[in-house]
Design a protein around this ligand. Structure first.
Ligand SMILES: Nc1ncnc2c1ncn2[C@@H]1O[C@H](COP(=O)(O)OP(=O)(O)O)[C@@H](O)[C@H]1O
Ligand SMILES: [Mg+2]
Length: 249
């Protein structure tokens, strides 16, 4: 069964078609890439999968289940799919310590505080963060740390699917590689389905098995990530490849 199944999804914002008849099957346990230039509909697709963006037409199933109505359904979906948004620092509350953010997860899961912290200690360790980071405020940590904190929070929810929107944006090149390795490791050890969104096909090629290429709300090409990069069929994909230096896998 697919982890995520999108059929003929349509989203319009006034005149703009953010998604046009988008259909994609994302296999369980794989790393899947969503590539396209800015404005191609990547984030809209992610938000629709999370249940945060209503579809004008079509349907999305997560592990075969459609999203029900109401807040309970959204909560249930959050247990299955966790996002790492593009600007993690902005999604952290500036007035709360990171501890508060993590405590919320425990509350959602109905878990004892000690149990949450025990899991958190392990997760933070794997992400190369000390447990003490939970006593920091968002402005006291770096961009790379904020990204890791966002990943830690997402993992704490024990999702079966993790979706990362431009996970390397704004990070130093050295930290970018480290973060991609980390996501790849997590995917293997946690048996998570990982969806990576990027405007950079080279990044997707490094980490994903399969990918779709989006342009103006439509999928213009899909297939094995390496093949898309090495032998692009659509002119648009070719321009995406051409605009980035080649990176050895
Ligand atoms: N909330 C919104 N209101 C109006 N237009 C939007 C909204 N969200 C996205 N769009 C438009 O939809 C298109 C796709 O946007 P988006 O999904 O953010 O693309 P990407 O993530 O690939 O950069 C863009 O033209 C964008 O301006
Ligand atoms: Mg985006």
């Amino acid at each position: 069964m697919s982890a995520i199944s999108v059929r003929d999804a349509e989203v319009h914002f006034g005149e703009t078609a953010a998604l046009r008849r988008v259909s994609v099957e994302i296999p369980s346990g794989t790393c899947f890439g969503i590539v396209g230039e800015s404005g191609s509909g990547k984030t809209t697709l992610m938000r629709a999968i999370l249940g945060l963006q209503r579809l004008d037409a079509g349907e999305i199933r997560i592990r075969g289940e459609r999203l029900g109505a109401g807040r309970a359904a959204l909560k249930a979906r959050a247990r299955l799919v966790q996002p790492i948004f593009q600007d993690p620092a902005a999604s952290l509350s500036p007035r709360s310590r990171i501890r508060t953010l993590m405590n919320e997860v425990g509350a959602v899961l109905g878990e004892r505080r000690e149990a949450t912290y025990e899991r958190l200690r392990t997760i933070l360790g794997r992400l190369g963060l000390s447990f003490g980071v939970i006593d920091k405020y968002p402005h006291e940590i770096s961009g790379g740390q904020a990204r890791r904190v966002a990943i830690a929070r997402a993992l704490l929810m024990q999702p079966s699917i993790l979706m990362a929107d431009e996970p390397t944006a704004g990070l130093d090149v050295s930290v970018q590689g480290e973060l991609l390795n980390l996501l790849q490791d997590l995917r293997r050890t946690e048996e998570i389905t990982l969806v990576v969104i990027s405007h950079n096909l080279a990044i997707v090629r490094l980490i994903a098995e399969n990918a779709i290429v989006m342009r103006q709300g439509e999928i213009v090409e899909q297939g094995e990530a390496g093949a898309l990069f090495d032998d692009p069929q659509a002119d648009y994909t070719r321009t995406l490849v051409g605009s980035w230096p080649r990176v050895k896998a």
